[in-house]
Design a protein around this ligand. Structure first.
Ligand SMILES: *[C@@H]1O[C@H](CO)[C@@H](O)[C@H](O)[C@H]1NC(C)=O
Ligand SMILES: *[C@@H]1O[C@H](CO)[C@@H](O)[C@H](O)[C@H]1NC(C)=O
Ligand SMILES: *[C@@H]1O[C@H](CO)[C@@H](O)[C@H](O)[C@H]1NC(C)=O
Ligand SMILES: *[C@@H]1O[C@H](CO)[C@@H](O)[C@H](O)[C@H]1NC(C)=O
Ligand SMILES: *[C@@H]1O[C@H](CO)[C@@H](O)[C@H](O)[C@H]1NC(C)=O
Ligand SMILES: *[C@@H]1O[C@H](CO)[C@@H](O)[C@H](O)[C@H]1NC(C)=O
Length: 396
């Protein structure tokens, strides 16, 4: 069975087993248990054991070895938040120049972001002001994930000092470092992407670095990093290198480096379920039929991640509506109970021979959710998880 399905089951099972004393209490029941807890919170060792097992099962489904314990200073890039928001059909992005990477996400169910190793920026004997090296440690991408593309994102900041708009052109070249030769400043590189920009605008620029990242992962070639070069085409020396925020040392007083520093974004697929296709805001379903409330139907079940203290590593959502299926599957089965011919026959047999059980009320349609979280290495990950939400129930 696909993990997502199991995940929902574990949540539901846990709900039943732990009752009020521990985790993931449904919204309806929360108040009651909160009152109980005021009398003195007591968790039996048995429940502790169960909770640990529950956590381990969930982490396994998330493909994590242990519970991430993110550094308090870990930064979630705005780009990842915007991707998450758009992906879940939630909101408009924060950044007006944001473009949803439709092509990349159509082949991926996981997006990961990386910052570079700042202490490796300068290569020995290198001309510091125009070219820098960016080494991204992407070893956090599990082997089970197949990478399909990657982009390097650089932020450039408007500089207003030129009087004539015919000045202020820059060329940004992005290279892969194929070999860092021993001799000073001697690099063997190949050009990956290039762009001509004018310094009259502030915005993020995205460069396609897929060929390099695919070589490092699929072909297991050594990762010597990327080199980025910014050439000021209309020489005004004082402004050299200031337009593109490549290094912490450039314009140090200006803005928040952690949000404007270069970012490597990888798109990969772990073979489980659908790609990150942009979802439309959920519309409410069609006209409601008058139904018998005790019949098989969908009920509300809000899973709050803060109940297991997971809100420190799950950035978004804070919790989600999982729903569950419950109710009677009476004889004769009505059409709206989404039954199968088999369920109809079983219910028929049950009506004459009670040794044969009735059909069960189970999920017949499930949908995925996206989650944004920090992994064990403080790397930010956006991932689609299959079959997390009940969309429809039926007698089966
Ligand atoms: C947390 O991050 C800060 C800044 O990056 C670093 O100085 C510190 O050592 C980190 N702490 C841990 C426990 O990794
Ligand atoms: C890369 O990161 C991993 C953890 O993700 C760490 O174990 C490894 O030492 C790092 N490698 C380098 C060269 O920094
Ligand atoms: C910025 O420069 C570009 C390139 O010359 C030009 O096309 C554009 O109109 C300028 N934009 C603004 C806001 O000045
Ligand atoms: C600045 O560089 C651009 C691009 O090479 C060129 O088209 C433009 O004429 C230059 N402007 C001046 C004033 O030299
Ligand atoms: C709803 O169905 C149950 C059997 O599943 C039946 O006992 C009950 O009378 C029905 N209620 C209404 C209002 O039809
Ligand atoms: C039957 O399935 C449809 C579509 O999956 C769903 O909208 C409907 O609510 C389901 N019926 C019940 C009783 O849950």
């Amino acid at each position: 069975m696909i993990p997502g399905n199991r995940m929902l089951m574990v949540i539901l099972l846990c709900q039943v087993l732990l009752g009020g004393t521990a985790s993931l209490i449904p919204e309806e029941g929360r108040k009651k248990f909160a009152d109980q807890n005021q009398a003195g919170e007591r968790r039996s060792p048995q429940n502790h054991e169960l909770l640990r097992e529950f956590e381990a099962t969930l982490l396994n489904m998330f493909g994590l070895h242990r519970r991430p314990q993110p550094n308090k200073s870990a930064v979630v890039p705005q780009y990842m938040l915007d991707l998450y928001r758009l992906q879940s059909g939630d909101d408009v992005p924060h950044d007006s120049s944001f473009e949803y990477p439709e092509r990349s996400t159509s082949r991926a169910n996981t997006v990961r972001s990386f910052h570079h190793e700042e202490h490796l920026e300068l290569m020995p004997g290198q001309r510091q002001d125009t070219q820098l090296r960016f080494v991204f440690n992407i070893s956090a991408v599990p082997e089970s994930e197949v990478l399909s593309s990657a982009e390097l994102r650089l932020y450039r900041e408007q500089i207003d000092t030129v009087l004539n708009w015919k000045e202020g052109f820059h060329r940004i070249n992005v290279y892969e470092i194929m070999k860092a030769s021993g001799r000073q400043g001697d690099l063997i590189t190949r050009l990956l992407d290039t762009r001509l920009v004018h310094q009259n605008r502030s915005r993020w620029e995205s460069f396609d670095v897929s060929p390099a990242v695919l070589r490092w992962t699929l072909q297991r070639q050594p990762n010597h990093g990327l080199a980025v070069e910014v050439i000021h085409l209309n020489e005004t020396r004082s402004r050299q290198g200031m337009h593109v925020r490549m290094s912490r040392s450039l314009r140090p007083m200006y803005g928040d480096w952690s949000q404007f520093r270069p970012l490597l974004v990888t798109f990969s697929h772990d073979g489980k379920g659908h790609a990150l296709i942009r979802r439309a805001k959920r519309s409410s379903k069609g006209p409601k039929r008058k139904k018998n409330r005790s019949h098989c139907r969908r009920h509300s079940l809000y899973v709050d991640f803060s109940d297991v203290g997971w809100n420190d590593w799950i950035v978004a959502p804070p919790g989600y509506q999982a729903f569950y299926c419950h109710g009677d599957c009476p004889f004769p089965l009505a059409d709206h109970l989404n039954s199968t011919n088999h369920a109809i026959v079983q219910t028929l047999v049950n009506s004459v021979n009670s040794n044969i059980p009735k059909a069960c009320c189970v999920p017949t349609e499930l949908s995925p959710i996206s989650m944004l979280y920090l992994d064990e290495y403080d790397k930010v990950v956006l991932k689609n998880y299959q079959e997390m939400v009940v969309e429809g129930c039926g007698c089966r």
